[in-house]
Design a protein around this ligand. Structure first.
Ligand SMILES: Cc1ncc(COP(=O)(O)O)c(C=O)c1O
Length: 398
């Protein structure tokens, strides 16, 4: 059963939605509680930044602002939005294909660190900073081999990708930087994979980052003291009860930091999905239930144009059925049958979960999809078919 406050929010929405319920519901107290747990568990020399790309809703950012150490932007648009919403917060800016105008904006905003992605980008940052008469603090985002550490279903590095600088080019990058008086190299950035579900594997990745950082410090006599270890902690959508063991991960990370003598390095996480996924729910009212060529379909208000996560991840999204308080009379129902849950789009790809066993569902009931607070609304093709937008509900109290 979903938490009482979410069920109640759905029933409240039902009372005022004449055309049927279709809404995102964000549980802000649970977001704050989860983010606080994450920050509190971190070893002393570690920080948590929030990767705004996961969910840049103003209410989400405002809830996180008093808790996290800062925010990561991955475009000029995100950067401006973050500056507008959170003028006092520390901002960092990364991502491939930065425009000159975006680099200029970042310098103008006085961001804390720029994550540089290529040799050519180093040259562009230098010439823009020189023109503006500014100094820019940077991290070099590096793509390193990962050996037999094992990857996840979404790799941004450890192999050929558009992200970061190949570690073989580090000597070139460092000699280029010698001729860049407006750039100050503060350290390195790694974000090699997302969707990490296993704390042991993630610790092995951290161990590789630490060893690489130490080796480069020694080999190139660098005085750098910042290491950004990216985000990438995943959500187990198939079994949401199986949660990445963040506290245990942090305890073991502290030991790893001591072993690698990294206590004087500032280690920064920039997590998105693991921070905000759990606070969001997408709710759809059932419009129709039908049988077609021997299979059942539950058609509900909304779809992947609002909630692309299942289509993007190619998974069956976890959900609950919330019964309507006053059942509708003489409507299609389904008991103890498997059905595919779909939205209103005229594409067979508009599927939220395939072949799911439904013990009791009727037209007028609600499908509630959890883990919808990250890479959900903001990654969806919202204008397709010009359907109306979902309601946005922000719960502020338990
Ligand atoms: C550079 C960088 N940092 C952080 C993140 C956030 O990753 P996640 O949401 O998996 O924590 C991403 C995601 O794409 C990324 O590309």
């Amino acid at each position: 059963m979903p938490q009482h406050n979410i069920t109640e929010a759905v029933q409240q929405l039902a009372k005022r939605s004449e055309q049927g319920v279709c809404a995102y519901i964000y549980d802000l107290p649970s977001l704050s509680q989860h983010a606080s747990m994450m920050v509190d568990a971190l070893p002393p020399n570690c920080q948590l930044f929030y990767a705004a790309k996961a969910n840049p809703k103003a209410e989400v950012l405002q809830s996180l602002a008093p808790i996290v150490d800062g925010f990561e932007a991955a475009s000029g648009g995100e950067l401006s939005w973050l500056k507008e919403q959170l003028p006092e917060q520390d901002l960092i800016f990364g991502g491939p294909g930065k425009l000159d105008s975006e680099i200029e904006l970042a310098i103008h905003y006085g961001i804390e660190l720029l994550h540089v992605e290529s040799l050519y980008e180093i040259r562009r940052v230098q010439s823009i900073a020189e023109r503006l008469g500014s100094k820019v603090n940077i991290l070099l985002r590096m793509n390193i081999p990962i050996g037999n550490i094992g990857t996840t279903k979404l790799a941004m590095g450890g192999k050929a990708t558009p992200f970061g600088i190949d570690s073989a080019q580090l000597p070139d990058a460092l000699s280029l930087l010698k001729n860049c008086p407006n750039i100050i190299l503060k350290g390195f950035h790694f974000h090699l994979m997302s969707h990490q579900l296993c704390r042991h594997k993630h610790l092995r990745l951290m161990s590789l980052y630490f060893a690489t950082f130490k080796r480069w410090q020694a080999e190139y006599a660098l005085t750098v003291e910042q290491l950004n270890v990216g985000g990438g902690i995943g959500i187990n959508y198939q079994n949401p009860a199986e949660v990445f063991e963040w506290r245990a991960f942090c305890d073991e990370l502290e030991t790893l930091i001591t072993l690698n003598k990294m206590q004087n390095t500032q280690i920064r996480f920039e997590c998105g999905r693991f921070v905000s996924a759990g606070c969001g729910y997408y709710c759809m009212e059932v419009i129709d239930i039908k049988q077609n060529h021997g299979e059942y379909f539950v058609v509900a208000k909304g779809g992947t144009h609002h909630f692309r996560t299942p289509a993007a991840q190619n998974h069956d999204h976890p959900f609950e059925v919330i019964k309507r308080r006053t059942p509708l009379l003489d409507v299609p129902t389904l008991k103890n049958k498997k059905a595919t849950l779909v939205g209103q789009l005229c594409t067979p790809k508009d599927i939220l979960a395939k072949s799911q066993l439904l013990t009791d569902i009727a037209v007028g009931d609600y499908l509630l999809f959890g883990q919808a607070g990250a890479y959900a609304w903001n990654i969806s093709h919202q204008n397709f078919l010009m359907h109306s937008k979902p309601d946005m509900v922000f719960l502020r109290q338990r």
